[in-house]
Design a binder for this molecule. Structure first.
Ligand SMILES: *Cc1c(COP(=O)(O)O)cnc(C)c1O
Length: 391
């Protein structure tokens, strides 16, 4: 018998299950021939904002563009600094730098992989107020905003981060690209807790489009207006531009797909959570707790498991072994942002963020998608167990 395969992600079962609804929604857009910022986009904006517990939703062309638009709407640019985590997908730091601002990459908490409140506090303690601005004395830059990331689907430690931001006059942009529906505390969903929350509907996220798509949520009416204007080159009224924006528009086809899928999102979160519990228990039952560290979900926080990330010794060997057993895995992320070549001019050095650097050597994401069968989950655990038993 051919051994089972467990891809890191397989989107086909989801499409098969919703095929009739999705095909109908796609054909409706084809019939209407209205492709950009149409009724489906407006409906999606309302529904996603309500889902997140925010007042306004502004559809964007991707999660990256949602971050870029958020920074632009807050007028962040040259001479400004934005505090964020070094352990994240590139877009978090890349958008800050593209606007000429300086990303301040700080280390993470080792158990949740999210931005460390202590490191943020330490950094802010070194900053000084000079009249109108909070300055980083090392660079002279104005510290303007804080951009926590809810990595892998778990909320960052938002309450203390929001308090620090408030005390220092910083805007808070939540990078919730991996975490739609995650909660910091019961009924307090990420994205709606800072000034602007940025979502991604890249196909691998818990709510995935048929291509690139994203969205900003906010409770601030003025910021919502500014984001809408930023999305269309800063234009208002037509062909008049008081500031520069971009083309960050969301396609009607993507919105139509997302409206169908949004109705199933809670079920998919629940299935991911069930899979996580299965792994937690099965890895412990196999006696692997000593060498495999399973994800830590903080009490009260709703983790939506966009990724199920373990820490293991000999990570790269295990990854190769699992590939041989038909199990797909991925390393999110092998190099923290402060060590990326493109950010060398910021002066980051090995040792600056030891926890992130250690995580980059030890983490491995296992398949966690909702439609995985129990046999597939079991095969992943058995394969890990076999690898470790070989010594
Ligand atoms: C996916 C992701 C983004 C970017 O979203 P895209 O839709 O791919 O542009 C930004 N930040 C994080 C943490 C992500 O995981």
């Amino acid at each position: 018998m051919a051994e089972m395969t467990v891809p890191l992600l397989d989107l086909k079962p989801q499409y098969q299950a919703l095929r009739a609804e999705l095909d109908e929604a796609l054909l409706k857009v084809a019939a209407a021939q209205m492709f950009i910022l149409g009724p489906a986009v407006r409906e999606l904006e309302e529904q996603v904002a309500a889902y997140c517990g925010a007042r306004y939703g502004i559809g964007m062309s991707s999660g990256t563009d949602a971050l870029l638009a958020a920074l632009m709407a807050l007028d962040i640019g040259r001479g400004d600094e934005v505090i964020t985590t070094t352990y994240t997908f590139f877009a978090t730091g890349g958008t800050i730098a593209r606007l000429g601002a300086r990303p301040v990459f700080l280390d993470i908490e080792p158990d949740t992989f999210n931005l460390s409140v202590e490191r943020v506090e330490e950094f802010l303690d070194r900053c000084v107020w000079d009249g109108d601005a909070l300055r980083n004395p090392a660079t002279g830059g104005r510290v303007r905003a804080l951009m926590p990331v809810h990595l892998y689907g778990q909320s960052a430690d938002l309450e203390p981060l929001l308090a620090l931001a408030r005390a220092h006059g910083l805007a808070v942009i939540e990078d919730a690209a991996q975490a739609i529906g995650a909660e910091y505390a019961p009924a307090r969903r990420v994205g709606a807790l800072g000034d602007i929350g940025c979502l991604s509907f890249f196909p691998t996220k818990n709510l995935g489009a048929f291509g690139d798509a994203g969205l900003c949520v906010t409770n601030d009416e003025a910021l919502a207006g500014r984001l809408r204007q930023t999305r269309v080159h800063g234009m208002e009224p037509r062909y008049y531009h008081a500031f520069i924006g971009g083309n960050f528009r969301l396609d009607e086809i993507q919105a139509a797909v997302l409206l169908v899928k949004l109705r199933h999102l809670e079920n998919w979160h629940a299935a991911r959570q069930r899979n996580a519990v299965f792994y937690d228990r099965a890895l412990a039952a196999a006696g692997l707790s000593g060498c495999v560290r399973t994800p830590v979900a903080r009490p009260g926080r709703r983790h939506v498991y966009n990724q199920y990330v373990i820490r293991v010794p000999r990570r790269d060997e295990l990854r190769q072994y699992l590939a041989g057993r038909g199990v797909g895995t991925e390393v999110y992320y092998p190099l923290p942002l402060h060590l990326q070549q493109c950010f060398a001019d910021l002066g980051g050095r090995p040792g600056d963020c030891p926890e992130a650097e250690r995580a980059a050597r030890e983490t491995l994401a296992l398949p966690i998608w909702p439609e995985l069968s129990e046999a597939q989950l079991r095969h992943v655990v058995t394969s890990i167990s076999d690898f470790l038993a070989r010594g």
